[in-house]
Each structure stands twice: as C-alpha cells, then as structure tokens.
Ligand binder design. Sequence first.
Ligand code: GLN
Ligand code: ZN
Length: 765
Amino acid sequence: MVQSAILGFPRIGPNRELKKITESYWKGKASVDELLKVGKDIRAANWKLQKEAGVDIIPSNDFSYYDQVLDLSLLFNVVPERYTKYDLSQLDTLFAMGRGLQRKATETEKAVDVTALEMVKWFDSNYHYVRPTFSHSTQFKLNGQKPVDEFLEAKELGVQTRPVLLGPVSFLYLGKADKDSLDLEPLSLLDKLLPLYKEILNKLHAAGATEVQLDEPVLVLDLEKSAQDAIRKAYEYLGKQSNVPKITLATYFGTVVPNLDALKGLPVAGLHFDFVRAPCQFEKVLSVVDKNQTLSVGIVDGRNIWKNNYAKSSELVNKAIEKLGADRVIVATSSSLLHTPVDLENETKLDPEIKDWFSFATQKVKEVVVIAKNVSGADVKAELEANAKSVAARAASKRTNDEAVQKRVSSINEKMATRAAPFPQRLAEQKKVFNLPLFPTTTIGSFPQTKDIRINRNKFVKGTISAEEYEKFINSEIEAVIRFQEEVGLDVLVHGEPERNDMVQYFGEKIQGYTFTVNGWVQSYGSRYVRPPIIVGDLSRPEAMSVKESVYAQSITTKPVKGMLTGPVTCLRWSFPRDDVDQKTQALQLALALRDEVDDLEAAGIKVIQVDEPAIREGLPLRAGEERSAYLKWAAEAFRVATSGVQNKTQIHSHFCYSDLDPSHIKALDADVVSIEFSKKDDPNYIAEFKDYPNHIGLGLFDIHSPRVPSKEEFISKIRNILKTYPADKFWVNPDCGLKTRDWEETKASLTNMVAAAKYFREQY
Ligand code: GLN
Ligand code: ZN
C-alpha cells in the first residue's frame, strides 16, 4: 500500500484562533496559559483531522507561536545577547525576537527596549521568517525540546507523528551575521550546530519517533560548492548516527537538479521532491534515489488552491511506482500546507460553480489520501469521477475568458511601457511643480487601521450603515490623517488608506476576474494573516477604483497627496494565481487595469502617484537563468505599462519591502522615487549598492512591524550613517513600510522624531 504524507499543516486555526489569542496576550488581556491552551487545541485538532482522513505520515512541530525558523533559533540558543538581559520567559523572548519589545519598568518587571530581528520572505512565498542571527558569541546549546514535547503531545492523543525541522544547512544558510560579527560566515558554524541536531534527534528517538522530516529547501537555490558540501557533510553525519529516527530529507519550491550531486548516496531513509513546481526534475531525481530509500512524491500543491487533477497526479506517481515499487513511494503535499487556507467548508459565500474548483488545506489532506489509495488499487472510483468532472467544468467555463482583455494585452507595445522623457528631464519638470526641501519626508501609505475603522467597514459590508454614511466616515478618517501629517510637518502626504481592508484585496474586489473568500486566511508573518484573492479569469477594471478618496484628500490640503495603488506584480503575487494561464499574461492584464487607474488619477489632479510593488522581489525565480531574466523583464514591463501613460511632471513613486533587493532590478521600473525597507539593513555594503541608483530613493528608517519608537537621535545617527555612502540630494526620509498595523500613539511619536531628524539635516546642508 502506497503511503500518504503531509509536510505541514496551517497552524492558525480554522477561525484564526491563534491570532486572536496571541494578540490578546500581547496586550496583556490573556494569560500565558490561555495562549498555550489555544495552541494545544489547534495542534490536537490538526492531528485529529489528518488521522481521521487516513493520512499515514502526519507532521508534528509544524506548529509555532510565531515562526518555525524563529523557534529553531530559540531551540539552538541562537539568541543575540540583547534579548537575554531582561529575564524574559522563553515565549516572551521568542516574541521579542520576532517583533521587538518596548515596555516601561513596573514594580515587578524591568524596562525593556529591544528591536526585532530581521524578517524576510520565505523563498518566493508571501510567508516571512525571522532570520537566524549569528555572532561570534553565539553559544550553541539546546534550549528546551519543543519538537520532542509536541511529538509526545501527539503520541498521548494516539497519533504517531513525523516531527519536522528545518535542516541544519538551510537554518544556517537562511541566517545572517549579527552587526557585531559581520565577518562571520553562518555556514562555518555547521560543526558547532550538527551535534545539537544529533542531540534533538536522539531525544526524539528516545521519545518513540521512528521518522523525522528535515527540510532543506535551500537545495532549490543556486548553491555554491561550500553549501553543497555542507549538505553532504550534514547528512553523512546525521544519517550515520545510531538512535535517531529515520530521516526524510525534504526539498520544495523548485528543482534540485543542479544540486543533485549533493544528494547522491546520502545515508538518509527518504527524499522528498516538489513535482508541482518542478515536474521536469522527475527523471533526474529518480536516478539518485538509492535502492533502500523511499521517494516522497510532492504532488498536491502546498502553494495554491486549485483542486488536484487525480488522473494526472496518479499517472506520475505510477511512474515512480513502476521504477521503485509501491512500498518505496509516498504520495505527499508538495510543501507544507502553511501557504493555503485551512478549510474550504468555511466558505459560505463562494459561487458553487467556482467553489467546486478549489481545494484548501483540509481538502488537500484528503486529496493526498485518495491519490495514495488510487495508485494502490483501492476503490476510489466515485472520487475520481467527481474530480474529473470538476476539472473539466473549470476548463470549459465561460468565466475564465474575456476576448477584449486578451486583445488589449496583445496590443501592448514598447511606447506604452516608456515614460515620455528620461528621468533628469522629468525631475526638472517635477521640481517646478513641487519645490520640495532637501530630505523630503513622506510615509508609505497606510495609517493605523483602528478598531473604529474595522467596525465601520464591517457595518458597511453587512449593510447596517449606508454607502453615504460610510463615505462620510472614511472622509473624516482621511481628514484626520491629512491634518495629522500637516501638523507633524511631512512634505508629501498620503490619504491613509482607511477604506482598504488589504492592499490587494481592495483592488481585487474592483477588478473583474477575481473571486474572494470570507475565511481563506493564510499566515504572512507572526500574527499577521492575509486573505489572498483568487484570480479565476481574465482581468479588467470596469470603473475607477481609488480616485474618489485621493481626490478628497487632495481637496483639503495644499501639500501634494500621493495617489496610492498596488502594482501589477504584487496584485498577482499576493493572489492565488490561475494555473491555466502564465503569470506574465496575468500581470499584463493587471497592468492595463492599473494604467487606466493611473491615468484617471492624473486627470483628476493627483500629481504624485505611488504604485507599490513590495512583492516584486519575492516573485524572482529562485535560480539564475532564463526564467529569472524573463521574469525581471516582464515584471518591470508590467510596472511601466501601468505607470508610463502620465506626463513628465507627474511624479511616480514605488515601494518595496521585506527583501534583499538588488538595485539593478528596480532600476528597470524607472520610477521617479522609490522607498524601500531599510531599517534593519545595517550592512554598509548593502547601503553602498544603492549609491549609484539613478533616481531618487527613500531608505526606510524605522521598522513598522515593531511597536518600538526610535528617538530623534536614533534617526539622526541612522541618516548620518547612510549619508556616508549615499548622496543627500537623492535622499527621501520615510519609514520602512505602511503604518496600518501600528497604534496612533507610536505612529505619532515615531513620525515626529523622524521629521525632526530630517529638519536637523536640512540645516546641516
Ligand atoms: N501602501 C501600502 C501601505 O502603506 C504598502 C504596503 C506594503 O508595502 N506592504 O500599507
Ligand atoms: Zn511595504
């Protein structure tokens, strides 16, 4: 009988239970026991669900209160000293590392003031992990035994699980050196780290774990020889230990073929590959599966919501069975299901025709089981027939095709994707319009999304307040944000985005070809979840989407207000895309919709328009080569199609965050001003990379994921540091990203200090 396996299950709970309790805990409204109880219940429910569905290999340690990579940093005591001096509990240390902590002294507790560790995108997904941060003084040791505890917890519930841990090479490779140890190469720490992996594997074994899943997703990157050698070394070491569970080495999100040599002949029990993202690696990877190893066939998509095609999947699995035999093949999800919403059954408002095309984590669990049964010869005829029917219905549906859109995309030409004049000339014309001071200050767009805003939005959605009442409310919010920015002394204002639930969903709801869920939440980072809209058909914009709010904001101030849009690539990346049309086509369809919006904003008198592309970096194919160059070309083209219809004097801004950006990638967008996340990039080499960026740039000066308020002096020293390498006349002053997740109090204090620092430098220059 072919076995079925799940690589990881969402941990947020079917109704975002984890978010709710975590945030209450942070606010001091829930106790630690209440928080732990919710965590425990979620884990129990997840295990039960998988067991009842008939899954053979069920994961544990896929749960986390913040981030699974951060858990590992804590487990191995990779905790920078700055977090250890406050006597925080383990859990509070975890949260302090994840999101920073600033708190006044009380009778019982010391004052705390510590920034968060850097957070970056998990490969090409919209999940963010907290970067392991190493220094020369890191003292590797086991700090607790979370994987063992959770394994035992499942065992007590009668569920034998396969614990999952990020493997040692990925853990180091995805980390970085702390600012006091910049010469440290994380991979050089492998020898110190491996004994800890051994120790935790021994403990798991002693607790009764027979198998463990070690994830090495870095194997889908272009690895240097040193990293490939590290893989060999790590698994030769771990695989040869006695008293450890059998190891399955898992890779996902791409092909491992260029790193295949590193996998040959490793003493591990099984290998897992992602055949959804990289079906082409099938023959090659099969050739490295040793005669005593199992092959885990990742065939149910962990990154998208489309129903699996049973016939197609079974065919591939059967090919593997032919070569290896049924007892050496496992049917699995392509990656953890962390990236998919929890349960389609919770969707009460989806059109039944469309709903039938989808499959969320809970459904995917069943899909893995059905495929495994099917290739084992069990009777799943009814399931197969129903599946074939919905796959065919989707392919034939009228909802997917719009000829007018397809025609317009094919008419895109170079002129449409090029501004009328080059940047220097545009800048000269823009200077006449805006007359901005040196170190112009601005924000990225959103202001605190208060409870009041959410309540009113809900009332409007439910129909308990009218459209007019809601508009009045939104306008009053916009006015407050405008007055606030005037008072603080910002130069280029924003309307604050109070009308937007989410930067992609808001536009998606106004674009034809999209559909939405009511409960399709996916963890983005920590307690922040997103509800990606789903692209089901060709995309177009029936009417203006953002003009009303921008025009209102501009009408009540003499300072320039930025029109604020989400760029085509970000709309695409932060949605679940179609899998029947290529991404470029979907991006260009979105670009045309946005181009109409940009033109409408300009015609309505908006002089600065920001088109955010925070997801542009995450879309970058993970390996260098043809696919990556093609992506860079079409992603930039989509942005330029959206923004090049305007006059020279209209200033186009863009914004990027959460990633190591290569300045050469953003150059091709030809935006007049870009703002990027920067507050945690202390490395002077990184600053230097931006020195030659030809247009203007705002290097983010404070972390908006953290409630911490930097002082004026801190801003001054940051700016001074950047000015050592970066020219003053191109320098905008702004935060890392939008302020929607912050409170007003922190926002006011931070922006006041930021503007004061900009003014200080104006006097110096
Ligand atoms: N304009 C958006 C905001 O401020 C940008 C958000 C983002 O880059 N993630 O919220
Ligand atoms: Zn951002």
